[in-house]
Design a protein around this ligand. Structure first.
Ligand SMILES: Nc1ncnc2c1ncn2[C@@H]1O[C@H](COP(=O)(O)OP(=O)(O)OP(=O)(O)O)[C@@H](O)[C@H]1O
Ligand SMILES: [Mg+2]
Length: 454
C-alpha cells in the first residue's frame, strides 16, 4: 500500500485530501507544519508528500529542500494558493514533482498522486536495472568452489528462502548476500545490513526493532529499526553468531511471526522481509558450546552457502589479480601491471589468511608502492614480507632433526645455489647481490661442493 503524507496548516485541506486519497486505497499521514512533517518522515517510509508551499514556522521551500536532501526517492507535490504560484514554480525547479492550485480539483489530486507514484516506481526499476549491469560487484572465480556458490545463488535468489552464508573472513560473504538481493524480485527495494557483532548488547534490540520516544534515557525520539527499514526488501544479518543469546531469542520470535514491537512500544508491527545471514564462525561448534540457539539456526539455515577460503581455490588467483590490478591502476593512462609466472606461483602458494580482502589490499599496496610493470617473484616476496607463512612451515620441516650448524649449512647451500641461478652463475654479480666478497663466495661454493655449469 502506497503511503502519502499531507503537510498543510489548514485542517480543512488535510481532511479533504485524506478523504480523497483514502478512497483511492492509499495510507495517509498528515502534519500541521513542516517540522512535524519532517519528524514523521523520520519514522515512516513515505512515497509521496503533498506539501503546502505557504506554511507557518518553516516555509514550504525549506521543507522541500530538506526532504529532497534526506529522502531523494520521495516525490513531493506542492499545494499552492492563488497568490503564490511563483513559489510553486520555484519549488518545481528545486525538484518538486509538480504543483496544484487551491481550490483543489479532486481529479487533479488523484492524477498527480498517481503519476508521482508511477515516477517513483520507474526510478526504482531504473535503479534495479542499473545495479544489475554494474559489474563492479561481480563475484569472480572459475574454480569448482566458486562455480558451486554461483550455482546456488542462481537457483535460490528468486525464491524467498532464507539463506545462511558461511566462510572465513574476507571470502566474499557480503558480496554473495548483495548478489542474491540483486537477483531477487526485491532488487528495487532496500538491502539493509546489520552487523550483529558491532552493536552492543544493550542496543541490539532497538537497532533491530526500533524504539519509541523515551523508551530508555537516550531515546530522544521515535526511531525505526532495521526490520522496518528492510520492509519489502532484504535484511542482511552479518556476523549473526556474535549475537547474545538474549538477542537471539528476540530475533527468533520476530522471524517466526514476522511481527515485533518497537522497544517501549505496544503496537505490534508486521513486515515483509527476506532474511540472509552470514557468519565466519563454525556455527555447529557454537551450537555445541551452547552459544547459538539451534532453533534459530534451523530457521536461518534453509539454504546454506559455504564460500571456500582462497587457499582452497588458488586457481582463482590469476583472475582476481588481474581484476584488482585494473581496479587499482593509479590512472587510466598508467600501464597495467602484470605478474610473471614465478610470481603468480608464489601468490598461489601463499595462505591468504585474510582471503580475497587481503589479496585486494595487497594488490592495491603494490600499485601504490612500485612503478615496475612486470612484478617478479622477488618483488612479490618483498611485498608479502618474506618468508610467507606457509613456506616458513615447509622450510622448517626440511630442517627437522638437524643440529644448528647442519641446518645453517643446509640453508646456506640452498640459498647460494638459488642466487647463483638467478644471476646466471656469474660469481661476482652473485657475490654482490649476497653482499660478500667473490673470494668468500668461491670458498663457500667449494665447501658445499656446488657444481657450476658454464
Ligand atoms: N569472488 C570475488 N570476486 C571479486 N571480489 C571479491 C570476491 N570475493 C570477495 N571480493 C572482494 O573482497 C572484499 C571482501 O569481501 P566481503 O566483504 O564480501 O567478505 P566477507 O566474507 O563479508 O568478509 P568478513 O567476514 O570480513 O565480513 C570485498 O571488497 C569484495 O568486493
Ligand atoms: Mg562481511
Amino acid at each position: 500500500m502506497s503511503r502519502i503524507l499531507v503537510i498543510d496548516d489548514e485542517q480543512g485541506i488535510r481532511e479533504v485530501l485524506s478523504g480523497i486519497l483514502e478512497d483511492e486505497g492509499y495510507q495517509i499521514f498528515s502534519a500541521e507544519d513542516g517540522i512535524e512533517g519532517l519528524r514523521l518522515l523520520k519514522t515512516e517510509p513515505i512515497d509521496v508528500v503533498l506539501l503546502d508551499v505557504w506554511l507557518p514556522n518553516m516555509g514550504g521551500i525549506d521543507v522541500l529542500k530538506q526532504i529532497k536532501a534526506t529522502y531523494p526517492e520521495t516525490q513531493v507535490i506542492i499545494i499552492s494558493g492563488h497568490g503564490n504560484i511563483d513559489l510553486a514554480v520555484k519549488a518545481v525547479k528545486l525538484g518538486a514533482f509538480d504543483f496544484m492550485e487551491k481550490p483543489l480539483s479532486l481529479e487533479r489530486v488523484v492524477t498527480l498522486v498517481r503519476n508521482a507514484l508511477e515516477m517513483e516506481q520507474l526510478k526504482k526499476e531504473n535503479r534495479r536495472l542499473r545495479s544489475t549491469i554494474l559489474d563492479d560487484d561481480e563475484i569472480l572465480g572459475e574454480s569448482e568452489g566458486m562455480r558451486r556458490v554461483r550455482g546456488i545463488i542462481q537457483q535460490s535468489a528468486a525464491s524467498e528462502s532464507r539463506i545462511l552464508i558461511s566462510g572465513e573472513n574476507g571470502t566474499g560473504k557480503e558480496l554473495v548476500a548483495r548478489e542474491i538481493h540483486r537477483r531477487s524480485r526485491r532488487a528495487g527495494e532496500p538491502f539493509v545490513e546489520v552487523n550483529c557483532a558491532a552493536i552492543p548488547d544493550t542496543l541490539i534490540e532497538s537497532e533491530l526493532f526500533g524504539h519509541e520516544k523515551g523508551a530508555f534515557t537516550s531515546a530522544v525520539g521515535r526511531r525505526r529499526g532495521k526490520f522496518e527499514m528492510a520492509d519489502r526488501g532484504t535484511l542482511f544479518l552479518d556476523e549473526v553468531a556474535d549475537m547474545s543469546l538474549a538477542a537471539q531469542a528476540k530475533v527468533l520470535r520476530a522471524i517466526q511471526e514476522m511481527k515485533f514491537e518497537r522497544v517501549g512500544g505496544e503496537q505490534s508491527l508486521s513486515v515483509d522481509v527476506r532474511l540472509i545471514a552470514a557468519t565466519n564462525k563454525d556455527i555447529q561448534h557454537e551450537i555445541a558450546e551452547g552459544r547459538f540457539r539451534e532453533d534459530l539456526f534451523f530457521r536461518l539455515n534453509v539454504i546454506p552457502i559455504h564460500v571456500p577460503p582462497l587457499r582452497e581455490r588458488s586457481g582463482d588467483l590469476p583472475i582476481l589479480v588481474d581484476f584488482f590490478m585494473k581496479k587499482f591502476r593509479p590512472s587510466p593512462e598508467a600501464a597495467l601491471k602484470t605478474v610473471d609466472a614465478e610470481a603468480m606461483q608464489l601468490l598461489q602458494e601463499y595462505d591468504w589468511p585474510g582471503n580475497v580482502r587481503e589479496l585486494k589490499n595487497f594488490i592495491e599496496r603494490v600499485n601504490i608502492m612500485t612503478d615496475e610493470e612486470v612484478l617478479t617473484a622477488e618483488l612479490i616476496r618483498f611485498f608479502l614480507g618474506e618468508p610467507t607463512p606457509r613456506r616458513r612451515v615447509d622450510d622448517m620441516h626440511e630442517y627437522g632433526g638437524m643440529g644448528l650448524n647442519e641446518a645453517r649449512d643446509s640453508f646456506e647451500k640452498r640459498y647460494i645455489m638459488q642466487k647463483l641461478q638467478e644471476h646466471g652463475n656469474n660469481i661476482s654479480r652473485t657475490a654482490e647481490a649476497l653482499g660478500v666478497y667473490p673470494s668468500n663466495l668461491h670458498g663457500k661454493i667449494r665447501k658445499f661442493g656446488i657444481k657450476i655449469e658454464k
